[in-house]
Design a protein around this ligand. Structure first.
Ligand code: ADP
Ligand code: MG
Length: 218
């Protein structure tokens, strides 16, 4: 059973988020944070690197989505956040959720860059600019190599479903992308499992991360 004080601790309004984001969360019907959101958001909003481990459906997207929207400077029309996902379907879902969370903030541009779609329109969209890129490692890497995507202004990197990205053989693409992102950044890593490979990659690319594990029953 949840006590009253625990319930109050897990309302979104206990977080230092902008009034616009909080009002929008109410509109979306998000009142209580899920356990992984309640544990990771206070740290992420302080700018800390976080590894969040929790099962599917635990609300990981809104966790990192709110953290990156909180950090974003809307008036700076540069790519400031990169979210990497294992598949196009997941990237589309993540982009949709971020756009939903960002509804309160006008003129936020979220661009998806996934394989299996032609380069031309993506290059056109990149020329128009974006604040947030959500994509799959292979295609994002290709844009970085072509010079159609510059990552010099990125200060937030999110690896979503990191375990699946490694299983799918994206290690080299991830290394190449991360190598182009300034080291002075916040890095968030979300995963359903926490194998040795993830521990290793996090050691190399993150800055004293806190591991938050939320078990299925919570
Ligand atoms: P995960 O990435 O952990 O698998 P998702 O981020 O896809 O989970 O979230 C699962 C669902 O829960 C989504 O439909 C999302 O809109 C919803 N959701 C997330 N956080 C909350 C919340 N605090 N309150 C209500 N619904 C939420
Ligand atoms: Mg997810």
């Amino acid at each position: 059973m949840t006590t009253q004080s625990q319930a109050n601790d897990s309302v979104f309004s206990s977080l230092p988020l902008s009034k616009g984001l909080l009002t929008n969360l109410t509109t979306l019907g998000y009142k209580q944070m899920t356990p992984i959101q309640a544990k990771t958001l206070p740290l992420m909003l302080e700018g800390k690197d976080v590894i969040g481990q929790g099962k599917t459906g635990s609300g990981k997207t809104a966790a990192f989505g709110l953290a990156l929207l909180h950090k974003l400077q809307v008036q700076r029309f540069r790519v400031q956040s990169v979210v990497l996902c294992p598949t196009r379907e997941l990237a589309d879902q993540v982009a949709l959720e971020i756009r939903k969370l960002a509804r309160a903030i006008h003129n936020i541009k979220v661009l998806t860059l996934c394989g299996g779609t032609p380069f031309g329109p993506q290059i056109g969209s990149l020329e128009h600019g974006a604040h947030i890129i959500v994509g799959t490692p292979g295609r994002v890497e290709e844009h970085v190599f072509k010079g159609t995507l510059r990552l010099d202004d990125v200060n937030m990197l999110v690896l979503d479903e990191a375990d699946r990205m490694l299983e799918m053989g994206f290690q080299a693409a991830l290394d190449n992308i991360i190598g182009r992102i300034p080291t002075k950044r916040q890095t968030l890593l979300f995963s359903a499992t926490y194998p040795e490979k993830i521990a290793k990659i996090s050691e190399n690319i993150m800055n004293s991360p806190t591991l938050i594990e939320v078990k299925g029953s919570e």
